[in-house]
Design a protein around this ligand. Structure first.
Ligand code: R1P
Length: 313
């Protein structure tokens, strides 16, 4: 680490950049499209207005800890595209440190990939959930001396559900539906768009999403069945979107609310045990990525900063 860090409670470097994402106020727009995959992020960033069009350079920062931030304008509106990697933990870094770097409302759309738990959402379809919940492996179930013996029999904990922002979700669902409609009409192997259901976040890709791995002790044979019993309208399962909804709900300070929505392309059909083909991704991802940006700039935001006119160092 080259630069000195102050404040162990919320670390920042000497230039006031947050420790893990490595951005400061002015580097991130109030409207953020977040993805897991850096390649996906960079592809979507090609849709941003060019420097020739705006007269301003596009900001790009890859942090030492694996976060990518690209800030520019889309159709004249300041937006950031941020690739964060995988899992609840990375979502936590992203939400907290991004919010610390933005004044006013923060509107976040996550565009991810997911597994589907319904035959209505085959590989190549898109899920826009109304909310989501989390599934966590209960380590005490596997411990020889559990701290909570009364919970030892429960191998996986379910949380209650957290709502996505209604208005943003409606805008997003509509733009994604409009974007996919021509491709679906032409018989391309994408769609449909599923709305109104729930997303499940597993704390891992494997055990807490009910994947069977004979070389590990997981006690998760009943997990998918339990999901279907506890939350029968679960459409998708992945690792970040429910955490985003949860943190948006827990944000304090009414001058800096977080609005969040999400959509995921179905990569893994967990019912039929099939995976999306690369040629489907090639059709789907650009359409949905553009739809996300179109939705993001339609969201109503108070006290928006004009960061994309900044001269970045
Ligand atoms: C697992 O392969 C990863 O893909 C999904 C999961 O949530 C997990 O992060 O999302 P992304 O495609 O956005 O990374």
């Amino acid at each position: 680490m080259k630069e000195s860090i102050s404040n162990a409670n919320f670390p920042r470097d000497a230039e006031d950049r947050v420790y893990h994402i490595s951005v400061k106020t002015g580097d991130v727009a109030n409207r953020v499209l977040t993805v897991g995959d850096h390649v996906r992020g960079r592809r979507i960033a090609k849709l941003l207005d060019t420097e020739e069009e705006t007269g301003h350079p596009i900001f790009e920062k890859q942090s030492q800890r694996g976060f990518l931030t690209i800030t520019g304008r889309y159709k004249g509106v300041p937006v950031s595209i941020m690739a964060i990697g995988m899992g609840n933990c990375m979502m936590d870094f992203f939400v907290r440190e991004t919010r610390a770097s933005v004044d006013g409302t923060l509107a976040i759309i996550r565009f991810g990939s997911c597994g589907s738990l319904t035959t209505s959402a085959p590989a190549g379809s898109v899920v826009v959930p109304r909310g989501g919940y989390c599934i966590r492996r209960n380590l005490d179930h596997f411990a020889e001396e559990p701290i909570y013996p009364q919970l030892k029999d429960i191998p996986y904990f379910f949380s209650g559900s957290f709502k996505a922002d209604d208005g943003m979700t409606q805008i997003l669902a509509q733009t994604v539906e409009n974007a996919l409609a021509p491709a679906i009409e032409q018989g391309k192997p994408v769609g449909p768009v599923l709305t109104g259901g729930l997303n499940a976040d597993g704390c891992s890709f494997y055990s807490s999403q009910g994947r069977q791995d004979p070389v590990f002790w997981d006690d998760n044979e009943e997990l998918v069945e339990e999901i279907n019993t506890k939350f029968p309208d679960t459409h998708s399962i992945e690792m970040e979107t429910s955490m985003l909804f949860h943190l948006a709900q827990c944000a304090r300070d009414s001058t800096k609310p977080i609005k969040a929505a999400g959509c995921m392309q179905v990569f893994a059909d967990r019912v039929g045990n099939s995976f999306i083909r690369p040629e489907q991704v090639d059709i789907l991802e650009p359409l949905v990525g553009k739809a996300c940006l179109d939705a993001l700039i339609k969201v109503n935001i108070e006290n928006e900063m004009d960061v994309a006119g900044t001269v970045w160092e």
